[in-house]
Every structure is written in C-alpha cells, then in structure tokens.
Write a new protein. Structure first.
Length: 281
C-alpha cells in the first residue's frame, strides 16, 4: 500500500501551529491545519493547507477529523500535537476546574488524538508523532506548577509510546522549546491577573508577571526566538529517517536544562530565589 505522509496539526490558529502548517505546506507536505474555530484557520487554505475544525477537548470532534483525513489520505502519516496553553500562578490558587481544563487540553486531548491516529500509522508501518512539550517538561519554574505538570506528563507518555510503537515503524518525537515569541506570554499574564487570590502571594504574583513579561518582551526576550525556528526543527525531525527523541530549542533552554540536571534541588531553588521572592517571607 502507498504510504500516506499527510500531516495533521492541532492548534493552528496562532503561533507555532500556524507557522508550522505554512512551512510544511510550502515544502510540499499535505497539511491539514486544525483549530477549534474553523474561521481562525480559513486563511491557511491560501497557503496550501486543508483546514478542519478540531477541538482536542471534544472526542467526537477528534474522531470526525481523523475520519476525514483517513477518507482522503488513507492514514495520518504525521501527527503534530501542538494545541496547548499555560496557566500560571501559585499552585494553591489555581482553581481546580482550571487545572482540569489545562490537563484536558495539554494531556488528555493529545493522548486521545494520538490513540485515534495510531491505527492508521500501524497499518501502513510508517508514522511520526510529534509532541510539543517545553523546556518546562523537564524543569520547573515557580508559578508554573500546573503547566509544568502537564508537560511532565506529556514527556512520560512520549517515552512509553516511543518504545511501544517503534516496531510498527512509528517515531515519537518531543519538541522542547524555551521562550518563543508568540501570544503565550500574554495569555499566561492574563491568567495570573484573573486569579485574584490571597495577599500572602501578592508579591510573588507581581514578580511572576514581571518575569513572564521580561521573557517575552523585556531584556530577556533577546534569548527568545520566533515560531519559525520551531517549525524548521519540526520539519527536520519528520524528514530525517532517524530523528532524535528530543529537540531542545533556544540557547537559554539548553542552559537551564543543564543547570537543572547538575544542580541539587536546594541549589537550584537557591538560584530561583534570585529571580522570585519566596512567599511567606
């Protein structure tokens, strides 16, 4: 049977998903760009993409999207699990409904869509599952506990899956960006503002917003890169016959992951206290 190399990408309304869809379509890949609201990706059709409505928090929506691609292509050859967002704030203050929503989007939806796409990949004995994680999938910054927890879960699922599907000709690839110039920072700040919360965390919340703003707009933004850099890495990963299991993007992310690997917990905490005030002190 002919091998389908059709690419399904989630979360294409903005940022990394949108730019990756355009990059791969330009390179000749058959791209299905998806988002919850079809109108938010309608213009990608002019860039050579086919567009579909897909909500990773809705099982029926995911099933319908997979069926549509398979009806035309036979299988999804490359699944790029990009949809996701970050809720920032002290773990104590993030509403439990928001915690559930973030896990539903960042973990459960990703897992379910992967389950739906894998049978087609196994049938054709070829496929690529690309999971958009973060440098925050292997290290934790204060105020990001819930978001980091979703990315740690993604990393664990990817490790298990990589072993389980290798024999079927399917590669599992984890992308670990640092700060990327997208709307992620503005979204995170808005969610901190929405928390309200105890006066005991007021100074911490203010510092958290300052650090997020710095990472995406201030002096530290010089270390950030555009989503185009991520798109190029994704294209390289799905094109090579033997991709790496993980791709870390940005120099700052590589430095932080190196520090986390070698510093004991309390030494790493001490370094973080130079950037964040300790609540309660």
């Amino acid at each position: 049977m002919a091998i389908s190399k059709a690419v399904l990408i989630t979360g294409c309304s903005t940022g990394i998903g949108r730019v990756t869809a355009m990059q791969l379509a330009k390179s000749g890949w058959p791209v299905y760009a998806t988002a919850r609201r079809l109108e938010s990706v309608a213009d990608l059709a002019a860039a050579g993409c086919k567009v579909l409505a897909l909500d990773v928090c809705d099982d029926a929506s995911m099933q319908a999207a997979v069926r549509q691609v398979e009806a035309v292509e036979g299988a999804i050859g490359v699944l790029i699990n990009n949809a996701g967002y970050g809720s920032e704030g002290p773990v104590e203050e993030v509403p439990i409904d928001e915690v559930r929503r973030q896990f539903e989007t960042n973990v459960f939806g990703l897992l379910r869509l992967t389950q739906l796409a894998l049978p087609g990949m196994r049938r054709q004995r070829w496929g690529k599952v690309v999971n958009l994680s973060s440098a925050g999938g292997r290290m934790v910054l204060p105020g990001g506990g819930i978001y980091h927890a979703t990315k740690f879960a993604l990393e664990a699922l990817s490790d298990a899956l990589r072993f389980e599907v290798r024999g079927f000709g399917v590669d599992v690839i984890v992308i670990e960006p640092g700060a990327i110039k997208t709307e992620f920072g503005n979204t995170a700040i808005a969610r901190v503002d929405a928390l309200g919360g105890s006066a005991d965390y007021a100074g911490f919340r203010a510092a958290l917003k300052h650090n997020i703003r710095n990472a995406y707009e201030g002096p530290m933004a010089a270390a950030a890169v555009g989503p185009e850099a991520v798109a190029k890495v994704i294209e390289k990963a799905i094109t090579t016959s033997r991709p790496r299991t993980r791709y870390v993007i940005t120099v700052a992310a590589k430095v932080l992951l190196g520090l986390r690997r070698w510093l004991p917990d309390r030494a790493f905490d001490a370094m973080l206290r130079t950037q964040f005030p300790s609540p309660g002190k």
